[in-house]
Write a protein that binds this ligand. Structure first.
Ligand code: ZN
Ligand code: ZN
Length: 722
């Protein structure tokens, strides 16, 4: 290990632009990657030794490192990744480091566990309870106190009594690992010929080197079995594995499949874990005791030291983009980290992002295809219902043809999914006496009625108010009417039209993660006939009896001025229609649309995904949009609209000239006010090989600094444009 003289640079885990110099006190030994505590403005802060000091500072003006933690140093590839992410996203390196160093709890020495072992001495007085304890420890091995209590059913005092009587010996043992190491040979899978071919193609990427594969296969095509084998190869090679999922808290079936394949649960990493579980997992990853992690995007910053593979399941999913604090995209940063770590990446999806498809087309990623569905289930037969020709009856949202199909499906005892990607009862509430529309007091967004809970709610800031009895503007009583449907309103229509069926509504605001997991399990067991849901139901669930999917507003995603609108719509429609007919039964799907000739709808109906990608790639190339060009958004916000707008205009005039660079704005953001702050957007578009991050950094340093309540947020490669 490299050692530095007694001054080192320490990156502190707070939002500052660079490292600070500290003295290494006599007797302390640190190297690059050592995790330390240092004094910073009067308190101790976590940091990491980054290397030699940037400049020579007089010794006597520096503070000492207060403490070095007794854990392995962070790996070189992780430190390099932190620097890279910081440079790319323009987030302060200390802020990125904070994604790595999450708690001090993980760094403290783990408390040992009290255990007991039999001594061989019989106690003078024997009781039933004592006998039960001695039976448990009869094998001669050390048993944790809690385990003896669990196995014998006696109280802890009986154990302590046996210790005093000399029959048991007390031991302090290291805490058991949070998970057992997965066994790559626990259960050899039976792969179809096509899966075996896909695996062989992935195996051409060297298990010890950087390489990316796009595992591009239809929904239900068995991608998971294939990437599990690549994970097994990595484990056999003595390296650690990371699987990232977009919605881990809800995917209990995935964890069960992992457990079957590898004989033990994976370590998990997501927001539902307790701080103690997080701390133990983090430490296990750093020490190498944890060999495989299944986690949400933030698991990308776990302190692996032998990372050998990163799998992103549903790689196209928007949940991989983080949009507060550090604005990073986990898919792109996974490729960066894997490059530094010499690891493989598998991007898995039935609807790959246009970026990944382009990388595969260009040969940068290995393109691995899985074209047929498992277990002989066919892809669903998709039909568009032209809402201009076959509109629903007044006050209804389900077109007559779809309603007939629902009746027929329910009659056969099969399940139906009605999909509308809009929570609540109605997206807009209006007074029919005066026309007043209910808006959030803090955002430029309409309040959404949630009738189930009796409130009007803002989906941008969470503001809630009781639904008023009379109009706040004109005082008219019972004059408020809902405009447009949310899923609660569709459920109301379904209740009236299909009264005998068992129904469930599913959206993210319908309970805790644990409650939602229960609902999914109930659906899998066939306890509901009609499922009414938002995109929450579109992802990764296998409902055997589901044979009909009705999409009530297939155009919903196309309405925004978002360059990725067509792609997002294609992805969600493919995912949700793919829920139909996943087992032996054939599936059908109906798309209610006002734009049946839109390329997305035509590709869906023809089942021609290649037509969609070809059309979309051509359109992006013509527009210079990603992946053929690059975008960066600057969002200026302030308490006063004019202040934000004037500052944004100042920014624009300070923008340096650059060849091929185009600037748009300033313009009020589509949601021009959020939480009482006015938002103005600037957009920079550049050619593909342009260092847009470097340009924006230079631009911001040469422009006026925001003061007061002004803020400038930078979003490189923005995914949303609200
Ligand atoms: Zn609001
Ligand atoms: Zn009114």
């Amino acid at each position: 290990m490299e050692h530095f003289p007694d001054i080192v640079a320490v990156m502190v885990s707070v939002s500052v632009e660079g490292s600070y110099s500290y003295r290494v006190p006599p007797g302390m030994s640190v190297s690059r990657g050592s995790i330390v505590a240092v004094p910073l403005v009067g308190r101790l802060t976590l940091g990491v030794v980054w290397g030699p000091p940037k400049d020579m500072v007089a010794h006597n003006r520096l503070k000492d490192i207060a403490h070095v933690y007794d854990v392995p140093a962070l790996s070189e590839e992780l430190l390099t990744t932190v620097d890279w992410v910081s440079r790319y996203t323009l987030a302060a390196p200390g802020l990125v480091l904070r994604s790595v160093l999450r708690s001090t709890e993980a760094l403290d020495v783990e408390r040992p566990v009290t255990a007991f072992r039999k001594t061989g001495h019989e106690p003078e007085r024997m009781t039933d309870a004592r006998l039960r304890v001695l039976e448990v420890v009869a094998d001669g091995s050390a048993w944790a106190k809690a385990a003896i209590v669990g196995a014998s059913g006696v109280s802890a005092s009986v154990i302590e009594g046996l210790e005093r009587a000399g029959a048991l010996q007390r031991l302090e043992m290291p805490a058991p690992p949070i998970v057992l190491p997965p066994d790559p040979d626990e259960m050899a899978p039976v792969l179809s010929a096509e899966q075996a071919g896909a695996l062989a193609s992935i195996r051409e990427l060297d298990v010890g080197k950087f390489g990316v594969a796009l595992l591009d296969g239809v929904t239900g095509g068995g991608k998971t079995e294939v990437f599990f084998e690549a994970v097994a190869d990595t484990l056999r090679a003595g390296r650690q594995a990371l699987i990232l999922l977009p919605e881990i808290a809800l995917t209990h079936t995935f964890l069960a499949r992992f457990t079957r394949r590898f004989g033990t649960r994976p370590a998990e990493w997501h927001s539902d874990m307790t701080p103690a579980q997080r701390a133990r997992t983090w430490r296990g990853v750093l020490s190498g005791a944890v060999r495989a992690v299944v986690g949400a995007r933030s698991a990308l910053f776990l302190p692996f030291r032998e990372l050998g593979i990163i799998v992103l399941d549903e790689e196209h999913d928007g949940a991989f983009k983080q949009s507060d604090g550090v604005n990073y995209h986990a898919r792109d940063m996974a490729v960066v980290r894997a490059k530094h770590a010499g690891a493989r990446v598998i991007l898995s999806s039935a609807t790959p992002s246009v970026e990944s498809r382009n990388n595969a087309n260009q040969g940068r990623y290995r393109h691995v295809l899985l074209r047929s569905r498992f277990a002989e289930a066919a892809l669903p037969d998709i039909t568009a219902i032209d809402m201009r020709e076959e509109p629903p009856e007044k006050g209804h949202w389900i077109a007559p043809r779809l309603a007939r199909e629902i009746f027929a499906t329910l009659d056969r005892g099969e399940q139906v999914l009605l999909f509308l990607n809009r929570r609540g009862y109605a997206p807009l509430t209006l007074c029919k006496a005066c026309g007043h529309q209910y808006q959030c007091p803090d955002c430029s967004a309409w309040l959404v009625e949630h009738r189930f809970r009796g409130v009007l709610m803002c989906h941008h800031c969470g503001h809630e108010q009781r639904k008023p009895e009379s109009c706040g503007a004109c005082g008219a009583v019972e004059s408020l009417v809902p405009i447009g449907p949310g899923i609660e309103r569709v459920a109301e229509e379904a209740e009236a039209r299909f009264p005998g069926s068992r129904k469930v509504i599913l959206s993210s605001d319908m309970g805790t993660n644990a409650q939602l997991r229960d609902r999914f399990a109930e659906i899998e067991r066939g306890e509901y006939d009609l499922i009414i849901g938002t995109q929450l139901v579109a992802k990764g669930h296998h409902f055997e009896k589901l044979t009909l999917v009705g999409v009530l507003d297939a155009d919903l995603g196309l309405a925004h001025g978002d360059p990725r609108a067509a792609e997002k719509t294609f992805q969600i429609l493919t995912q949700v229609t793919g829920r139909a007919g996943r087992a032996a039964r054939a599936g059908r799907a109906f798309l209610q649309t006002y734009h049946p000739t839109h390329p997305v709808m035509e590709a869906m109906v023809k089942g021609d995904r290649e037509a969609f990608y070809a059309h979309e790639l051509k359109a992006r190339a013509e527009g210079g949009l990603p992946p053929f060009g690059r975008l960066a958004a600057l969002i200026v916000s302030a308490n006063e609209h004019d202040v934000a707008f004037a500052f944004a205009r100042g920014l624009l005039s300070a923008a340096p000239m650059a060849e091929g660079l185009r600037l748009f704005g300033p313009a009020d953001a589509p949601i021009s006010m959020v939480r009482g702050r006015h938002r103005v957007r600037l957009l920079a578009q550049s050619p593909k090989d342009f260092d847009l991050s470097g340009y924006v950094r230079f631009w911001l340093t040469s422009a006026e600094r925001p003061t007061g309540n002004l803020r400038v947020q930078v979003d490189i490669d923005p995914m949303s444009f609200f």
